[in-house]
Design a protein around this ligand. Structure first.
Ligand SMILES: CC(C)(COP(=O)(O)OP(=O)(O)OC[C@H]1O[C@@H](n2cnc3c(N)ncnc32)[C@H](O)[C@@H]1OP(=O)(O)O)[C@@H](O)C(=O)NCCC(=O)NCCS
Length: 215
């Protein structure tokens, strides 16, 4: 799977609600991801200002700050790759991925836990529309995106995320998507979003079909 393939948008069947009866082959509420575009930034600014997001994702939400943070990702000068989560073609949230080693401070924080040793990718996510939280979309997006992230970074043997312990919605969504708790404690990070006790959740790369066959 290349980034170009990702740009076409990826659909997850698991979250699609099947309609019974004569419309049995119709699916609704399909969840997809597509690359963040410049036109999305005002919406992202609004999402970051939503109280349920601002409580945990402590980046400035004013548009100039959002542009300063995300335009480099859109034009490719920042290696982090950022996507919009869409539910039934409606923008619902944001999910991003990166190689931990690309961010020296985060790389240090992850190594300092002792739980991350090889090459790891990281993900961050939010469901920005308040009315779309608590419906399983965060879990579904993490699940879909984790599979895509392993394909995007063949050198990564794990994916990690480090929610605050008090952010139960985040770490429950990780658990439901198949992540395991690898560590808990205080991260060596100056990012305000990492303040307070955190959990480190990780998912190891699933064995490839070839490797499974030789066992
Ligand atoms: C975290 C977030 C992405 C989860 O997505 P979601 O679609 O709301 O969550 P889901 O519906 O998939 O639910 C996942 C689990 O979290 C629980 N949950 C959801 N919101 C919760 C909340 N506010 N408090 C406690 N638990 C919550 C759900 O009950 C479910 O757990 P269960 O299996 O025990 O029932 C979303 O709530 C969000 O964007 N929060 C603000 C931004 C954020 O915290 N990002 C992560 C930073 S590390």
């Amino acid at each position: 799977m290349s980034a170009r393939d990702d740009r076409k948008g990826q659909k997850i069947a698991g979250v699609a609600a099947g309609v019974r009866g004569h419309n049995a082959d119709v699916t609704v509420n399909a969840l997809t991801v597509r690359p963040l575009a410049r036109d999305d930034l005002p919406r992202l600014s609004r999402w970051l200002a939503e109280p349920h997001v601002a409580q945990w994702w402590r980046d400035p939400s004013d548009l100039p700050s959002v542009e300063a943070s995300y335009l480099p990702c859109i034009d490719g000068t920042d290696p982090a790759e950022v996507f919009v989560i869409e539910v039934a073609a409606r923008a619902a949230g944001l999910i991003e991925r990166y190689l931990v080693a690309d961010d020296p401070e985060w790389h240090h924080a992850m190594r300092a836990t002792g739980a991350v040793t090889g090459c790891a990718a990281g993900i961050d996510y939010l469901i920005g529309e308040p009315g779309l939280t608590g419906r399983g979309y965060g879990t579904a997006a993490i699940s879909l995106f984790s599979a895509l992230t392993f394909r995007r970074y063949p050198q990564a043997d794990a994916i990690v995320a480090a929610p605050q312990q008090a952010n139960a919605g985040s770490w429950r969504a990780l658990q439901r998507a198949g992540y395991q708790r690898w560590w808990s404690g205080w991260l060596e990070s100056s990012d305000p979003s990492d303040a307070g006790p955190a959990y480190l959740y990780g998912m190891r790369r699933p064995p490839s079909p070839e490797r499974r066959a030789t066992r």
